[in-house]
Design a protein around this ligand. Structure first.
Ligand code: PLP
Length: 356
């Protein structure tokens, strides 16, 4: 796993989460809505998982709706504001941007600039998936509260990388596979426990807010993953990423780091290579066993990531040379050095006009 540098796209399943999933799937596979004893136990465990997640996020468990991931959570949120005016930051993930466009009348604003007035909802992500930039979500949440505006943060990239008290936020979304949990599990925290909200129609599950049999094993694994990783975050200081960036700057004259002057996640580096297209770097690094990205995986090559990377400050010409590198909790300083060395080798190969 040492060559894997695409943690912002997805993370490997933590062993603790795998164990939790297997145990839940083997012992508590019953439908939580059924009425016999075993189903009641599954339902209790599901509710305990909700309580545990509420404690980690510092929000009331009753406000949590389990979903299939952050994309569904973001759509569920914006569907509740159908036809209303909303404001989002210029660097939101497509699952916020497109959901906001689909359901609401949306305007965009710079998260560190002036917040629009007269909107029903403001949505600003906690950490950006491309550059790792941290946004002032806490300040904005408090400002919105003072003005009576609802505030949402998409904390998908923050969770599992930094700790936080999310109690100032009205709405919060997250996704298990970004913090060592399984794919297909996530959640939306609602403003209040009695809120009527619904995107997927059908049965009365999730208190009538999300129909469909609850995926208890995945939910159990998601909560276990966050419980496992949270105490380890204090040791994640970005030393490896910083050493990598220093090595890259020393090797490549004219290399530019995006958002480096801003507060950033400790694991992410968004680089504009001084020459050669990003896909050439990516394929040659991949052959050497290193996985990196040219932008967010769900939108690579499409409008999605270029809109955001442009808003982060890349020129149209630079866009073709942008690469994103994102490490994980167990990526060592040595792994980061090896990646920098691989970049140097690939750079020499590309300069020499190597095939491929
Ligand atoms: N929000 C952000 C900031 C993301 O990085 C992602 C995933 O790339 C999502 C939302 C979507 O998450 P999911 O894969 O759970 O739908």
């Amino acid at each position: 796993m040492t060559g894997y540098f695409d943690f912002n796209a997805t993370t490997p399943l933590l062993p603790e989460a795998r164990e939790a999933w297997l145990r839940a799937a083997e012992r508590h596979w019953h439908n939580p809505s059924s009425l016999y004893r075993e189903a009641g136990i599954t339902n209790q465990k599901l509710e305990t998982a909700r309580e545990r997640l509420g404690q980690l996020l510092q929000v009331e468990a009753e406000r949590i709706v389990f979903t299939s991931g952050a994309t569904e959570a973001n759509n569920l949120l914006f569907s509740a504001f159908t036809g209303q005016t909303t404001a989002i930051s210029t660097i939101e993930h497509p699952s916020v941007r497109e959901a906001a466009r689909h359901w609401t009348k949306v305007s965009t604003f710079e998260a560190d600039g002036e917040m629009p007035e007269g909107v029903a909802l403001v949505s600003v992500m906690a950490a950006n998936n491309e550059s790792g930039q941290l946004l002032p979500w806490r300040e904005l949440a408090l400002l919105c509260r003072a003005k009576g505006i609802s505030f949402h943060t998409d904390a998908t990239q923050w969770l599992g990388k930094l700790e936080a008290d999310f109690s100032p936020c009205d709405y919060l979304s997250g996704s298990a596979h970004k913090f060592g949990g399984p794919k297909g599990a996530g959640f939306l925290v609602l403003r209040d426990e009695n809120e009527r909200i619904r995107l997927i129609h059908g049965g009365p599950q999730e208190n009538g807010r999300r129909a469909g049999t609850e995926n208890y094993p995945a939910i159990e694994a998601m909560v276990t993953a966050l419980e496992t990783i949270t105490p380890q975050l204090a040791a994640c200081d970005g030393a490896g990423r910083d050493a990598f960036e220093a090595a890259m700057q020393a090797s490549f004259e004219g290399l530019r780091l995006i958002s480096a002057e801003k507060p950033r996640l400790w694991n992410t580096s968004l680089l504009v290579m001084p020459r050669h297209e990003n896909l050439k770097w990516l394929t040659r690094l991949s052959r050497r066993g290193f996985s990196i990205s040219t932008g967010s995986a769900c939108s690579s090559g499409k409008e999605g990531s270029s809109v955001v990377v442009t808003a982060l400050g890349a020129s149209p010409d630079e866009l073709r040379r942008v690469v994103r590198v994102s490490g994980g909790w167990y990526t060592t300083v040595k792994d980061w050095h090896e990646l920098a060395s691989a970049f140097q080798e690939v750079g020499a190969e590309l300069d020499a006009g190597g095939m491929g």
